[in-house]
Structures are given as C-alpha cells and as structure tokens.
Design a protein around this ligand. Sequence first.
Ligand SMILES: [Zn+2]
Length: 286
Amino acid sequence: MLQIGKTEVRSFDITYNDIIWTVKPTSEDTHNYTFTVLRSEAEFGPFIAISEVMDDTYRFRDSSVPSRNSVRTMFYVVRIRNVITGDVVDSPAFRKVGKLDNAALKIVLDHNVYLTRLAGTRCWAFPKKTFGQYCPSCFDEVIGKQLRHNCQLCWGTGFTGGYHSPVQVWAVVREPQEIRNNVRSGTPRQDQTYSITMGPSPYMSPDDMIIDSNNRRMKVMSIQGPTRDGTRLVQQVMCVRVAPGSVEDKIPLKVPEDLQLLTTEGKYNNLNIDDGGIQSAIDLFR
Ligand SMILES: [Zn+2]
C-alpha cells in the first residue's frame, strides 16, 4: 500500500490554498492509486471531500476557502485508495504552518500583477519526480541507484515517468547574452543560459524543466531570490536550454488540455503574448 510522504498547505492569497503532497518511494505502480483531498475546520474531522478523485496528481488548489476575512484554520487530509483492492488510507490531518507577514504578501502580490499583466509570458513548469514508483527498467532497489542514465522510462530520474504534470506559471524569460570575444577575432557566440523571473509558487528545484510559450525547453540549474522568514518571495531561476536531440529533448512533456489550466486571468494588456501564440504553442506539445 502506498504511503503519504510530506504534506503541505501553501498560499499567497486569501482566496485559495494549495495542497501539496508526496508519496514515499515504492516499487508499486502509482497509477493503481487515486487521491482525494478532504477538508475540515477541526483537526479530527468530520472531513468532507473537496476534490474529485485524482490519478497521478500531487497537488490541488482549494479555491473554496470559506469567507474572505476568515481567520479559521483549515485542516486537510489526503485519502489514498488502491483501485484494485479497494483499500483506503488517510494521511494525518495537516494545515498551513507559518504565514507571510503583510509586507511580504504585498511584495508577492505586486510582483504577480507585474508578471501576469505587464511583463510575463505563459510558461509551464515540470517538477522532476523525487518520489513515486521506482523505475522498473533501470533502478536497482538493492544497491539503491540507477544502473543506466539514458533510460527512456524515467529519463534518468530513477522514478517512472520522470516528471510531474505541468504547472502553469507566468514568468519573464530573459534571453541569453550574446558575447563577442574581442581578444581573438571570432564570431560572436551566444551563451545558452536563460534567466527566468517568476513568483514563489511552485517552488522550483534544480533539474526541473520549464517550457516557455515559444516551446523552448529549459532545464533548471539554480534558483535564487529575496527571501523573508525563510520563504522565497521572487524566484530568479537560471536555466540552460536543452540541446535539440538530447535525452531531455525526447521527454514527452505534455501540457494537458484542461481548460482551467489554460484560461487567462481575465483581460490583461500584456503585449508579449496573444492567444493565437498560446494556442500554437500548445499544439506543439500534442
Ligand atoms: Zn529508468
């Protein structure tokens, strides 16, 4: 039976809570399990289901947090169900711990307006799997590591599938510098390091992938940015462009056609992007 690993409630807005969970590494196929998020105002329930039954999904946005000015604490439980045996296991109840102060929230919200309305383009972040089913093709559980690194089942991550479902983010993608070497005469070369500025969620880690609206595939190298009370408010992500034809370029990273994921946040005057461009970018992922 699958076991829930870490759980977390994260939010930078009073209107929603993001519920994020992981599962403990296992040799079982995680597709044999479904997840449901339940919510209660009391730690020991009663808990009511607030999500649909989800497959291979490890985050859920609760946008029905009651009452805008509420100071009530919400408790969440993730329910795992084995679809073959019907066994059900609940995670312990968890809640949001710690909170950004008002000044930090203001920074995050203002920056979010800048990203979504003015300067950002739509990108998709694909977090690298660090938990789930060990790759049955290349992972040796006895010695605890991968035997091959060009495996096309886990793409070198050791976990089946390699990457989680995409999360849409608004980000500013800065083109790499063009550098001319003046000492020796030569052709100008272009550095392949892209700098991406985005908000605090989702939390990026090295080796995650980002695909921008021009269908450029980038691999995260490092993340920095201002923090407050240990929480990063703005993420400056340094990425390298994935070389065409490399193993990373072959990963079938799919952007779902889920409408909720693709809708814009209403009218905006961002000149960097238009809906036709978005649609053709999405078509490329199919
Ligand atoms: Zn593998």
